[in-house]
Ligand binder design. Structure first.
Ligand code: FAD
Length: 396
């Protein structure tokens, strides 16, 4: 009797979710995950490489994202943090740049408004933000203030009657070349505290210039921002953003989202490398038939599953309201380190084709570098965790 041919792309384990973590979700949340996954496969993955090569953001995706209704899944739509995390991983698996657009608009920007604006401000602004009629950005990092921006914010805010006058510079601000609004964090010269302001990007004295020549997340439009005597009425000062401790409430959540990105990045590397290894033949046999290649695929899978397991537990802690800053920091440090190893292995499995974006892997490989550095670098998140386990702060 002849052996039944195996379709290597239709195996139960062809998906990177090797331990079926998504089954932890309720049936309705799982259905939503599949709906978004299918949408991303149809709308995002096919255009992602071309946008990345050109370094242009596909503005036509915004109304489609609005229709998909994906902003604020936990607070507005009542979904679990686990679904929110898995959705973010799926976005990243399809394209890290579009995931980062969402990470900035939804996580950093909307997160700032939801956590730090007064109820009256939220009622006025959130409907347009949720429906993506207004696109947002998050301006914290500065040319001279990166890892140390908490104590090193140089942008100033001066109260002048019913307004604030902002002066300074911001760097790396995602979406800021086309966003309608940007939350700017600036130091109030009166009390030396970092405060948050919703700034309309059409205001006089505001200027955003695209950062060119990136080797990572080329589709994301990062900007250098100059604030030259920008006058912001007091009703746009976020009433709950009055010290860096307040800003940290936003970063604690978004740091977790970036760790979920590291999961999605590894799922993408596994998808592409596994398929390539079973399809590409050398020495008359598929690459996947060689033991060394299988070991590399298993290493990527093990990294992905370990990262995902950590994130699933952390999402459960979040749902219980019990996730701590240092737990987010460890997750970001650990998953991004595993991710760097996974994408390097994946790139190697594609040989020369791993360095051209046509096969997706080069984009996945390069995009991992931004994830490794933003939202607190690997080192800073390690130090936050180190402080928690030793009681000794190795940085101020
Ligand atoms: P630096 O702080 O200059 O660090 C350089 C190196 O030194 C790093 O390896 C770092 O780990 C290390 N280092 C620094 N201090 C220490 C220490 N005490 N001990 C050990 N090592 C140390 N910011 C925003 O506000 N909004 C955005 O939308 C945004 N989007 C971004 C998108 C991209 C693609 C990138 C790359 C960045 C983005 N950022 C954004 C900024 C990002 O958060 C910063 O890049 C990050 O915080 C690191 O700051 P830095 O790049 O200035 O590096």
């Amino acid at each position: 009797m002849g052996q039944t041919a195996i379709d290597p792309n239709n195996l139960p384990y062809a998906d990177g979710d090797f331990y079926a973590f998504e089954e932890v979700l309720s049936a309705s949340e799982r259905a939503r995950l599949h709906e978004v996954r299918d949408w991303l496969a149809k709308e995002v993955r096919p255009i992602a490489v071309d946008c990345w090569n050109r370094g242009e953001f596909p503005m036509e995706i915004i109304p489609k994202l609005a229709e998909l209704d994906v902003v604020s899944p936990v607070r507005r739509q009542g979904y679990s943090n686990l679904l929110a995390g898995l959705l973010h991983a799926e976005f990243t698996r399809a394209d890290t740049s579009i995931a980062t657009f969402m990470g900035v608009h939804d996580g950093l920007f909307t997160g700032s408004i939801e956590a730090l604006a007064s109820q009256e401000q939220q009622d006025a602004w959130l409907p347009d933000i949720y429906s993506l009629k207004k696109i947002g950005a998050f301006g914290l990092t500065e040319p001279l203030g990166g890892s140390d921006v908490a104590g090193g914010t140089r942008t100033t805010a001066i109260r002048d009657g019913g307004s604030w006058i902002l002066n300074g510079a911001k760097r790396w601000i995602g979406n800021a070349t086309f966003s309608d609004w940007v939350v700017i964090y600036a130091r109030d010269v009166a009390d030396n505290q970092v405060k948050g302001f919703l700034v309309d990007t059409t205001l006089e004295g505001y200027q955003a210039t695209k950062i060119e020549n990136k080797i990572s997340l080329r589709t994301v439009q990062n900007a250098d921002i100059i604030l030259d005597n920008v006058v912001v009425p007091d009703e746009f000062h976020l009433k709950g953003a009055n010290s860096f401790k307040d800003t940290n409430k936003v970063l604690k959540v978004t740091r977790l989202a970036v760790a979920w990105q590291a999961v999605g990045q590894q799922m993408a590397a596994f998808d592409v490398a596994r398929r390539y290894a079973v399809e590409r033949h050398q020495f008359g046999k598929p690459l996947a038939s060689y033991q060394l290649v299988q070991e590399q695929l298993v290493q990527i899978l093990g990294n992905t599953v370990a990262s995902m397991g950590m994130m699933v537990r952390l999402a459960q802690l979040e749902d219980l309201g019990a996730a701590k800053d240092e737990q987010s920091a460890l997750a970001k440090a650990f998953t991004t380190a595993r991710m760097r190893e996974s994408v390097a292995l994946g790139r190697g499995i594609l040989g020369g084709n791993g360095i051209v974006t046509d096969y997706e892997m080069a984009k996945i490989f390069a995009d991992a570098e931004a994830i490794y550095s933003y939202e607190g670098t690997h080192e800073i998140n390690s130090l936050v965790t180190g402080r928690a386990i030793t009681g000794i702060a190795a940085f101020v």
